[in-house]
Write a protein that binds this ligand. Structure first.
Ligand code: HEC
Ligand code: HEC
Length: 303
């Protein structure tokens, strides 16, 4: 009996010991990643001025989903607030109290949006710069012109705190919570691209606005590593069974403009941000359609 107790104690002790090692490692590794400093000197982007530039930038702000985390007024929304993931809020981008607009230089805007790095050189959490890194100078310039025109809103976002599950995701590279880690900061800037109803322009748009949910292969399914409920992103490839193989362009336009499928069912606006896509031009929607028709058909869900 005594011997068994001793064994149980030994096993229990080992498990506790192992847990302590694992937890300590997770905190150490995630801590190192969160406080790592990136010495990135962004290439200057020329920022246009004037009403037309600001209006074009506002369109970029909407179609790129900035409103999901920074709100339509740019003052920031608390997107995560629980014990296991922590507290994460989109920054207040305006020049109001608690906003970065008061002090941000043109270089600071480029560093944050294109590289996912704050003014202190540390990686921004969750801010999807891996997508925005693909924006070319023209679009980014317009976007920044709009951000600089935001009216002041006083809001001090709650301090960032990274919970235990988020730390596991960061330490284990399970989900890109720190996009700065996955960006090639020395890559050449995305080339200027002619706007127009072409598959090439559609690919440029889709890589920044559709692939984060529908996958790089555009075949949909749950996003790996993110706890989420259905409906999951759909298959946008020309697959006949699960994709857009039997759709025509008018049906595609209706989803982006009105959130309605050919069979009349509604597309969930809280999952698929079609209300923001009303800021896409007709030409952009045509470009997206031509691009989606040109990709290889793939079965649903292998992303
Ligand atoms: C999925 C949520 C999300 C989306 C979408 C998003 N952001 Fe952010 N953004 C954040 C979070 C969270 C932070 C603060 C991160 C931190 O403090 O580590 C942030 C920070 C920033 C910062 C830097 C603030 C600072 O203090 O350095 C800028 C600038 C910014 N976002 C602009 C944008 C723009 C422009 C867009 C759209 C093109 C956008 N964001 C889309 C979540 C998001
Ligand atoms: C934030 C995630 C997200 C983004 C970004 C996104 N989608 Fe979706 N999309 C979804 C989800 C989730 C659904 C399924 C919604 C439902 O079934 O109610 C969906 C459904 C669709 C559908 C309907 C397909 C069908 O078979 O019913 C189309 C078409 C579509 N998306 C196109 C696009 C295009 C084009 C873009 C880029 C301009 C895009 N989506 C960007 C998440 C997203």
């Amino acid at each position: 009996m005594k011997r068994i107790m001793k064994w149980i104690g030994w096993i229990f002790g080992s498990i506790v010991g192992l847990l302590i090692v694992v937890v300590t490692s997770v905190y150490l590794i995630s801590g190192l990643k969160l406080t790592k400093t990136y010495a990135v000197q962004p290439t200057a982007v020329s920022i246009p001025t004037g009403e037309a530039a600001v209006a074009e930038g506002k369109r970029q702000f909407f179609t790129h989903g900035c409103i999901d985390c920074h709100g339509t007024d740019g003052a920031g929304i608390t997107v995560i607030d629980d014990a296991i993931m922590g507290t994460v809020s989109g920054a207040n981008l305006t020049p109001g109290q608690g906003g970065i607009g008061q002090t941000f230089t043109d270089t600071d805007w480029v560093r944050a949006i294109r590289h996912g790095i704050g003014t202190d050189g540390k990686p921004l959490v969750i801010m999807p710069s891996l997508d925005y890194n693909k924006m070319n100078d023209e679009d980014l310039g317009h976007l920044i012109a709009f951000l600089k025109s935001l009216p002041p809103v006083d809001r001090t976002p709650p301090a960032l705190s990274v919970g235990p599950v988020a730390r596991v995701l960061i330490a284990g590279n399970l989900f890109p919570l720190l996009p700065a880690e996955s960006i090639d900061h020395n890559a050449p800037r995305p080339a200027a691209i002619a706007k127009g109803p072409t598959a090439e322009y559609g690919h440029y748009l889709a890589s920044q606005t559709c692939m984060s949910c529908h996958g790089e292969g555009l075949s949909g399914g749950p996003i790996p590593g993110v706890p989420s409920d259905p409906p999951y992103a759909k298959n946008l490839t020309p697959d006949e069974e699960t994709g857009l193989g039997t759709w025509d362009q008018a049906a595609f336009v209706r989803v982006l403009r009105e959130g309605q499928r050919p069979d009349g069912t509604a597309v969930d606006p809280t999952k698929m941000p079609w209300p923001a896509f009303k800021h896409l031009t007709d030409e952009e929607i045509t470009a997206l359609w031509l691009y989606l028709q040109s990709v290889p058909a793939r079965p649903y869900g292998n992303r």
